[in-house]
Design a protein around this ligand. Structure first.
Ligand code: ADP
Ligand code: ZN
Length: 585
């Protein structure tokens, strides 16, 4: 665009007014020192008249001022009569977005006039880019770091990760100590592991322990929400962090930005991601390392990350955050029961034993669902019954309300199908537990379920995998055995999907098949080699064999199959003890 001298002057003028006005407008919020206080002490302060003002909104936390102008944060009680309560106690109430009227008016005028002018100019020149930038900058500034103060005490399990992060906290607090010894400081820390295992929580805890601000962003937002502005948002973020001094920048889902750039084809579509990623790498290399700023990132899939991200000087510290083992699950359950009225019959150790493969988030969800149930029924304590119910809800979804529409025929098919899974699980190995079998349909679309609890171990043996394949095939095999080949149903589709997946990885990834040997198909398929061993055929052959063996187990035990199915039709669901006693006699 062509800009003449006059225009240039005008733009400079507008921009500088704009900057000044932003400063004025946001002045009030610039000293970001907030004390978090509990709701209880807050009420205490209100009664004593120490609170001068509070801002109401529907966020999870609220900001307010003491009479001495110091700021504080409390959890939002979301009380209906909260405003009245405050007003009755002479606390000034500011509703969401409201400031005190005068500064608001001045701010608004100072703010809107230049924006209007600027928009006019830019529009004339056919670009709305600046407007967008402004909107985004504002958002950055209003986005407060009110993240509740989290410490390592709020994270259970994950001992290795915590240990390694404690060092980091020490570094943020006292970088000089490390520099004196010439130690190379980590610039970026990557937390990787399955979703819900506490990666975000750990990052927050680092900030909380080091008592520095926490700046969270999400990789997917850069691609989806800030389309076209990803790179500038990264620069803003770092600028903001540097202005503050010590801080923790946290990038969740970093894989959305830093996917492997696969030769050629990955290009074009992810140009935006590339630009954002480059901005991030540039910013990270710009650190001198003694500022006490740490960049943390999280991903569920470290294998898909661009190598550029993992090089020294970038995310050079990688910490695995895995699913919790029994002890960690017990600790997490205890942690999330801290403020809940548990009845004496609740055995969290037992719950921990039965929640294999549950992430921390799922465990938290379990305790919360249990509490909700108890509250709904106005029971005094949370009992094992509530926890049981919550457990199945989390695993298979809510029970369908209207069960009357299911025909007896369908119920019978479901009963034999589920009995098939359960029986195979019990007969094929003696370490499997089946904690519950049910033909109650769930809102997740399942006709019923058989809950199989495998032993808690780090590795799976070939035998374990074969066992699991047979259990998965047990449903279909029972249908065929009882109702005939012509009457098998669609109910087995997800079982077959699982069985096929397990067989395929057994052969192709784990080198567990005699015919295929130790060849890793993951490698072969990626190398574009033409192979003449047909993986598909071998998978089918193995699956067919395993299906035949599963069928044999059921044939031999058809007496028990009918008994379990009969009991299911009668009672709709049976527990572990009952199932074991049926099979024992
Ligand atoms: P991620 O970032 O790994 O997906 P989050 O940190 O967001 O997982 O975890 C979600 C929630 O699950 C946390 O806020 C917390 O309530 C609970 N949680 C997860 N892991 C743990 C843990 N190790 N200890 C305590 N709570 C946990
Ligand atoms: Zn099934």
């Amino acid at each position: 665009m062509k800009i003449n001298k006059k225009m240039k002057l005008l733009i400079t003028l507008v921009i500088s007014t704009l900057l000044i006005s932003i400063v004025i407008y946001y002045y009030g919020d610039n000293d970001n020192v907030y004390n978090e206080i509990s709701y209880k002490s807050f009420l205490n302060y209100v009664e004593k008249g120490y609170i001068s003002e509070i801002k109401l909104n529907d966020k999870s936390q609220l900001i307010g001022k003491f009479s001495d102008e110091k700021k504080f944060i409390i959890d939002n009680p979301r009380r209906e009569d909260f405003k009245e309560y405050l007003l009755l106690h002479d606390v000034k109430v500011i509703e969401d977005g409201e400031r005190d009227v005068l500064s608001q008016a001045i701010g608004l005028i100072l703010f809107l006039v230049p924006i209007g002018l600027l928009a006019y100019i830019m529009n004339k020149n056919g670009s709305k880019q600046i407007e967008k930038e402004m909107a985004y900058m504002l958002e950055m500034d209003t986005e407060n770091n009110l993240s509740d103060i989290i410490t390592f005490n709020d994270v259970a399990g994950n001992e290795e990760a915590k240990e390694s992060l404690k060092e980091l906290v020490d570094f943020i607090r006292d970088p000089e100590k490390y520099i004196k010894y010439g130690a190379r400081l980590p610039k970026g820390v990557l937390l990787y592991g399955p979703p819900g295992t506490g990666k975000t929580l750990l990052a927050k805890a680092v900030a909380g322990e080091a008592k520095v601000p926490f700046y969270p962003v999400s990789g997917s937002d850069f691609v989806q929400v800030y389309a076209g502005l990803g790179a500038s948002r990264i620069r803003e973020l770092f600028k903001k962090a540097k202005e503050h001094g010590k801080s923790v920048i946290f990038i969740d889902e970093i894989d959305a930005l830093g996917k492997k750039r696969t030769g050629g084809n990955g290009h074009g579509s992810s140009e935006e991601g590339d630009r954002t990623l480059n901005a991030l790498l540039t910013e990270m290399s710009g650190f001198k390392g003694n500022e006490g700023i740490i960049v943390m990132a999280a991903t569920n899939r470290i294998d898909t990350l661009d190598d550029a991200l993992l090089r020294p000087g970038r995310f050079d510290r990688q910490i695995e955050v895995g699913l919790p083992d029994v002890k960690a699950r017990h600790d997490i359950l205890k942690l999330h029961s801290r403020n809940k009225p548990l009845s004496k019959d609740v055995d969290l150790k037992k719950v921990a034993l039965e929640t294999i493969y549950f992430s921390g988030a799922k465990l938290e969800n379990l305790m919360n669902e249990s509490a909700m149930l108890a509250a709904k029924r106005r029971d005094k304590f949370i009992t094992m019954e509530h926890i049981d119910k919550a457990y199945y809800t989390i695993l298979v979804g809510e029970e369908k309300r209207d069960k009357s529409s299911i025909s007896f025929e369908d119920k019978k098919i479901t009963a034999f199908h589920e009995a098939g899974h359960a029986l195979v699980a019990k007969k094929v190995s003696n370490v499997n537990r089946v904690t519950k079998v049910s033909i109650i349909p769930s809102t997740k679309g399942m006709g019923g379920f058989s809950l199989n609890l495998p032993p808690d171990r780090m590795y799976q043996t070939k035998k374990d995998i074969i066992t699991n394949i047979k259990i998965a095939l047990g449903g279909r095999a029972a249908e065929e055995l009882i109702f005939g080949k012509e009457n098998i149903t669609t109910g087995a589709s997800s079982d077959l999907q699982k069985a096929t997946e397990m067989t395929l990885s057994m052969i192709g990834s784990y080198g567990m098949d005699n015919k295929v040997g130790l060849v890793s198909y993951d490698v072969i398929l990626n190398s574009n080699l033409n192979t003449d061993i047909s993986l598909m055929e071998r998978t089918k052959e193995l699956l067919d064999n395993l299906y035949r063996e599963t069928m044999e187990i059921l044939e031999e035990n058809i007496y028990y199959l009918e008994k379990i199915a009969g009991r299911l039709l009668e009672k709709e669901s049976i527990g572990e003890d009952e199932l074991d006693s049926i099979i024992a006699c």
